[in-house]
Design a protein around this ligand. Structure first.
Ligand SMILES: N[C@@H](CCC(=O)N[C@@H](CS)C(=O)NCC(=O)O)C(=O)O
Length: 272
């Protein structure tokens, strides 16, 4: 049943209070009215990862025009997926970890780095699943991409501060799709997620088939965190829409379970 927690709570929660680990700085776009959930779905996933690993962190908000100069000043690399297409581009999230002096960009790389650097915390990108997790996350962003023109107008007007709204190009807050075109987008998004969840059921490589997690492991992985980073946003805007309700019910309600369980295990706790 969606929302029913069938997993153990993070084993390191109590370490946080007595931790002397210096705070990692996570760069996200803002300011927004999302509060502790942050703006970028990728950065939101990293918050879930830091929460899950009980690593202390602070958020540093940048605006769209200040992503690149801030990243360059810190020494963060352009995002590899854009680099591969020969279009160097700087994106959030990126992090600075004062414990190691490392600066990293790209959410999957950050998630893997946290595993490597803090191996005593629960792993979220186990090496044997890294490729599958990476492919899953790429699919999540490409399946979701057609929703952007529909989701952004509401997001910009309702959730972005006026300071942040000004950094968006004129017209970014207007959906130019007809209602019929929007229905088609939803159909493609629902079909995309249906295919993806089926594929990951068939080829599941986890060891706990009754667990809701994407990889069917005993614990959540980066795949659940990134998926919930996206779905939290989509659900918050479209919770009452037919398309969202279909997505939530995919796999007999498994998608809804992943969101609820990930939020319960890895959700907001930013005060440190
Ligand atoms: N592959 C990157 C994608 C990150 C990404 O696309 N971030 C968006 C915000 S959600 C961004 O910073 N966009 C700024 C831009 O494209 O100029 C990751 O996983 O971190």
């Amino acid at each position: 049943m969606p929302g029913t927690l069938r997993v153990s709570l993070p084993r390191f929660a109590s370490n946080l209070a007595r931790s002397s680990t210096p705070k990692i700085t996570l760069y996200d776009v803002g300011p927004t009215h999302f509060g502790e959930m942050g703006m970028s779905p990728f950065a939101r996933g990293i918050r879930f990862a830091l929460n899950y690993k009980s690593l202390p962190y602070a958020i540093h908000e940048v605006t769209l025009p200040t992503i690149e100069p801030t990243a360059k000043a810190l020494g963060a690399s352009p995002t590899p997926s854009f680099l591969a297409r020969n279009q160097p581009r700087y994106t959030v999230p990126f992090i600075h970890d004062p414990s190691t002096g490392r600066v990293l960009s790209d959410s999957l790389r950050i998630a893997s780095y946290l595993d490597e650097t803090y191996p005593d915390r629960p792993l979220i990108v186990p090496p044997e699943k890294e490729t599958r997790i990476g492919q899953f996350c790429d699919s999540v962003s490409s399946i979701t991409a057609p929703l952007i023109p529909i989701i952004m107008p509401f997001t910009i007007s309702q959730w972005m501060s006026s300071e942040m709204q000004k950094t968006f190009p004129a017209g970014a807050g207007v959906c130019k799709l007809t209602p019929e075109e929007q229905d088609e987008v939803w159909e493609s998004v629902v079909a995309g997620f249906r295919g993806l969840m089926n594929e990951y059921d068939i080829k599941a490589i986890g060891d706990n088939q009754s667990a809701p997690w994407v990889m069917r492991g005993r614990d959540p992985s980066w795949a659940d965190m990134l998926l919930t980073g996206f779905f939290w946003w989509i659900r918050a805007v479209f919770f009452d829409s037919k398309g969202w309700k279909e997505i939530e019910q995919l796999g007999g309600g498994r998608v809804g379970s992943i969101i609820e369980d990930t939020l319960e295990v890895c959700g907001p706790r930013l005060e440190q």
